[in-house]
Design a protein around this ligand. Structure first.
Ligand code: ASP
Length: 307
């Protein structure tokens, strides 16, 4: 039975994705359509237009898409000036001999395929950026004149991140996954998180399932979290245990917010986090509305000293 699973901030997009699956559409089309809705929603300050900028006030977007049946993947990172990074990522997958294009090359490719341009920094996110700069004694013009950004970035970046994940299973049993984000607010220019890194923030394999992450992306890169989760599904671990294990791995590295959603080929899903009160969302063709559900909380145990 078709199902879509998402991070909690994907709820508003699920009915549109479900309509695609209900009429026999592909998981790949469903996850792209869902991601586009959140990218265009300026009220989500962690994704697409209205996403928070880097320390220089530029909104750099990361996205990836994985076709779990063919293992074709496409990704873009640090893309500026385009409304739908997920569709540019899909075009990388379908129209180029590559899988990952970043920065100016990604913008050039987006222009070449006629992707929709936009100013992703909105008046309200510009205001938040200016306020954050002010809180560390900087202004938009002073920060642009600086040769050394790192001392400022150390002060501007806090746990202000966010991303949207979509995992879908269609009627044919194909699974696909999409992740899109503006990454870490007020980050160093060019910083790339896990969301566009296939295997870290996003992975699917129609034989075994799919997984995608939100939270401190550096941890997902260091643990290759999404691929490890799918490997655990392949080894027969149930989705809730897989989700728990992913958070336990992250907890071993650092104390930082980290979350995962997991989907099996049978449509069984689970999600875990190391923070209280986080939710994920899912929907099947039988449901009128998406269902928000609690994520399993896996707390970080006090670290034992290794002697
Ligand atoms: N994982 C994203 C990144 O590190 C941010 C987030 O999901 O909070 O870019």
């Amino acid at each position: 039975m078709p199902v879509i699973v998402a991070s909690g901030n994907g709820a508003s997009a699920l009915p549109a994705g479900m309509r695609i699956l209900a009429r026999g559409g592909s998981a790949l089309d469903a996850v792209e359509a869902c991601a586009k809705i959140i990218e265009a929603d300026t009220t989500d300050t962690s994704v697409g237009r209205g996403g928070k900028p880097n320390v220089l006030g530029e909104v750099e977007l990361d996205a990836s898409i994985v076709d779990g049946t063919t293992h074709r993947t496409g990704a873009v990172a640090a893309l500026t000036g385009y409304l739908h990074p997920i569709s540019v990522a899909r075009a990388v997958m379908e129209r180029t001999p590559h899988v990952f294009i970043v920065g100016e090359g990604a913008a050039r490719f987006a222009r070449e395929i006629g992707a929709e341009r936009t100013q992703n920094l909105t008046p309200s996110t510009r205001k938040l950026w200016v306020e954050r700069l002010r809180s560390v004694g900087e202004t938009p013009s002073s920060i642009r004149r600086r040769t050394k950004l790192l001392p400022v970035v150390r002060k501007t970046v806090r746990e202000e991140r966010g991303t949207v994940n979509f995992l879908a299973l269609d009627r044919r049993g194909d699974i696909a996954s999409a992740v899109t984000t503006s990454g870490w607010a007020y980050k160093y220019p060019g910083r790339v998180g896990d969301s566009p890194v296939v295997g870290a923030g996003n992975y699917s394999d129609s034989r075994y399932g799919a997984a995608a992450c939100t939270g401190y992306g550096e941890l997902a890169i260091r643990s290759v979290t999404a691929k490890t989760a799918v490997d655990r599904l392949a080894a027969g671990m149930p989705p809730d245990m897989v989700a728990r294990a992913a958070i336990a791995d992250a907890n071993e590295l650092e104390d930082a917010a980290f979350n995962i959603v997991v989907l099996s080929p049978k449509g069984v899903h689970a999600s875990a986090t190391n923070r209280e009160g986080r939710r994920y969302v899912w929907m099947t063709t039988q449901m009128e509305e998406p269902m928000l559900a609690a994520r399993i909380v896996v707390r970080r145990a006090a670290r034992l000293s290794r002697s």
